[in-house]
Design a binder for this molecule. Sequence first.
Ligand code: PLP
Length: 384
Amino acid sequence: MRPIYLDCHATTPMDKRVLEAMMPFFTDYFGNASSVAHVYGWEAEAGIKQAREIIASAINAKESEIVFTSGATEADNLAIKGVAEAYFDRGKHIITVATEHKAVIEPCEYLMDLGFEVSFLPVNQDGLLDLDLLQNTMREDTILVSVMAANNEIGVLQPLAEIGKICHDRGVIFHTDGAQAIGKIPIDVQSMNIDLMSLTAHKIYGPKGIGALYIRRRNPRVKIAPQIQGGGQENKIRSGTLCTPNIVGFGKAVEVAIALMEAENLKQKQLRDYLWQEISQLEGVILNGDLEKRLPNNLNISVKNVDGSALLLALQPTVAVSSGSACTSESTKPSHVLTALGHSKSLAQASLRFGIGRFNTEEEIKKVAHATLDAVTALRKSGR
Ligand SMILES: *Cc1c(COP(=O)(O)O)cnc(C)c1O
């Protein structure tokens, strides 16, 4: 038997409803959406239009403001490099946060090599951004602020509306990585003053390899320099033949997630709270990230006095979770998110991220709770 899957911040299984919606677009409606001269093209375009409408309305945007990409990584790159290239004559200062996804941090570091200045703001112990610090870091030449909506490791929810207001009061563009947020928390790009938002399908039971960037077109109209040139698809902002089945699946995934959001959040929060209640019986267990301002399906803990890799190994037969380290080709590095919370390297590595999903059951969570209690107790007894 395979272990229980509790790694839903990494990816999710595809929902059968999503697969069903996609299927006809592989075979029957296989046309190129750019083929305007015949019905094959129109059919594909109709599927894409419907998905675009669903995704736009889910965040209170317009269809014309959604640009499809290969995922949130590409959307982050397009947003950050696209703004830098379009606005460098206005300024070369960018503000982001130490706990962002690598898909935001790496493009920012790349821009530093090109002469941009980037402020990586620290976070409070609860993982949240200090808004006074944000305000004090803003300068005349700040062109972009990028703060993620929901953190993929510790699940904390940054105060988007407050950040959006601060940015708009100063005429600074606000980008948010919403990969973990869409379909999980209500997002309104108007009331939250979001100018750019990265999205992806595979964290909400949709297919991998498809995402989008929301680009505000009014109040203000945000300029983005394309990073991929070619056939001129997506208003010339992102060339390349659109992957119709993936886009249709993305739309379906958003539709289902929005419809189920309230009920799903309630159920997953109950399971998460139960898991934490059980695990917190152990001594020396730290909850990472604010408990309230947090995704309802996320639990991230650090366990004192155990070896991180031994803990992961002990749990592997029972549960598929992520640890507090990112395996690179050379070595295992502690998570930059957990070290930003002030954890030592070894404590960061002795961390577990549980991501509860749509298809997990109470019985599974009980098993995982017991396995975690047993594993930590046993390791501590054996002095590891
Ligand atoms: C998963 C994730 C990404 C990367 O998305 P892909 O679609 O896999 O490229 C970026 N940011 C966050 C916060 C994520 O969780």
